[in-house]
Design a protein around this ligand. Structure first.
Ligand code: SF4
Length: 362
């Protein structure tokens, strides 16, 4: 099946037409951005879109409200900034890496160089441009922070020499030097065995069939320990939460000024160097005790035509007065609950004349 048939995952050129204009999604493999790249994105949002940069649940960035000539101008700017190395692969560069990799004691192996090597090798393979836009690679530095994101092909560090490669709950022990090649071979095997499916888990016996083609046996149970990255100091880095994952111009500028490099996480937060100043002054959250920690929302009105409420505006007004909940909290504009977290969460659902919280009217 050709990649474009039915695959509506947005990219930079394949822009989604939302109720508030074009929506472009920029893939950030490994989540890593230089300060200059943050500024390129910030200016693009200001001059071509509605000014905001949205963080997605896969550690990518979105620009909304793009005008008609936006995609062309945006792709030129991203290409010049090194953010669009392959037009053909732009929507398939879905590579997550543990955002604190190499920065604290929990990191058993720095997976960011592996993520960069994987991205380069992916872009060098024309056939892999046919991957669905939802296909996901994940490189976990051993702490188990990416386990909940259920990547199609994942590796988790065991130590500096070995990793567990998995397509499901069990893994095969492999050496780090083989990891990029094996992950790409798994993606190629998926393209061979799939029919209309977007993910390996959707193919009957998909994981087993792909592993068989790789000549691997997943006979080791994956570790069950997981960790959650929260705002505040984490080893040699600082994590800031972005309320509702939507960066204003002021906040993007503050991140660009925070140091040479930032890392976008899949939890609507950003890793910045320790000592970065002025972040709270622009409304970024630097404490794990904030009521904003773990709060997410779908697009809602006016960006989504299906929305029954402007959930982001309502959350912005109501969350500061609410008690902090250790569970994640997700606000949805309709029952589709786009962007909801995996696992247990507090469900805040718009119903037209108010909200239900976990099914109860408030
Ligand atoms: S949950 Fe509903 S309102 Fe929110 S973005 Fe999805 S479709 Fe739109």
């Amino acid at each position: 099946m050709a990649r474009t048939e039915g695959d509506r995952c947005p990219g930079v050129l394949a822009v989604h037409q939302a109720a508030d204009g074009g929506l472009a999604r920029v893939r950030i493999p490994g989540g890593r951005l230089t300060a200059e790249q943050v500024d390129v994105l910030r200016l693009a949002a200001a001059e071509l879109g509605d000014g905001r940069l949205e963080l997605t649940s896969r550690g990518n960035l979105q620009i909304r409200g793009l005008r008609a000539d936006g995609p062309r101008q945006l792709s030129d700017r991203l290409y010049a900034a090194g953010l669009l190395p392959s037009i053909a692969h732009e929507r398939v560069r879905n590579i997550l890496a543990s955002p604190l990799s190499g920065l604290d004691q929990q990191s058993r192996y720095d997976v960011l160089p592996v993520a960069a090597a994987l991205d380069r090798a992916l872009c060098d393979r024309p056939a892999l441009a046919d991957l669905p836009g939802r296909f996901l690679f994940a490189l976990d530095d051993g702490r188990g922070d990416l386990a909940e994101l259920h990547a199609d092909v994942a590796v988790r560090a065991v130590d500096e020499r070995t990793a567990l490669l998995s397509l499901g709950p069990r893994g095969a022990r492999v050496g780090w030097s083989e990891v990029p090649e094996l992950m790409l071979a798994a993606a190629e095997a998926f393209l061979d065995v799939r029919d209309q499916e977007w993910r390996i888990a959707e193919v009957a016996g998909g994981a087993e069939r792909v592993l068989e083609r790789l000549g691997l046996r997943a006979d080791e149970a994956l570790p069950t320990e997981t960790t959650r990255v929260t705002a505040g100091r984490n080893g040699a880095a600082f994590v800031v939460t972005v309320p509702l994952g939507s960066l204003t111009q002021e906040q993007s500028a503050a991140l660009a000024e925070s140091g040479d490099e930032v890392r976008i996480t899949p939890w609507r937060s950003v890793v910045v160097p320790v000592g970065a100043a002025g972040l709270e002054d622009v409304g970024l959250i630097t404490s794990p005790d904030s009521v904003w920690e773990g709060v997410t929302a779908c697009t809602g009105k006016p960006g989504c035509a299906k929305a029954l409420a402007d959930v982001r505006a309502d959350a912005g007004r109501l969350v500061p007065g609410m008690r902090r909940d250790d569970r994640r909290v997700h606000w949805s504009g309709c029952e589709r609950r786009c962007g909801k977290p995996s696992g247990v969460f507090v469900d805040v659902l718009a119903v037209g004349d108010g909200y239900l919280v976990d099914g109860k009217r408030v």
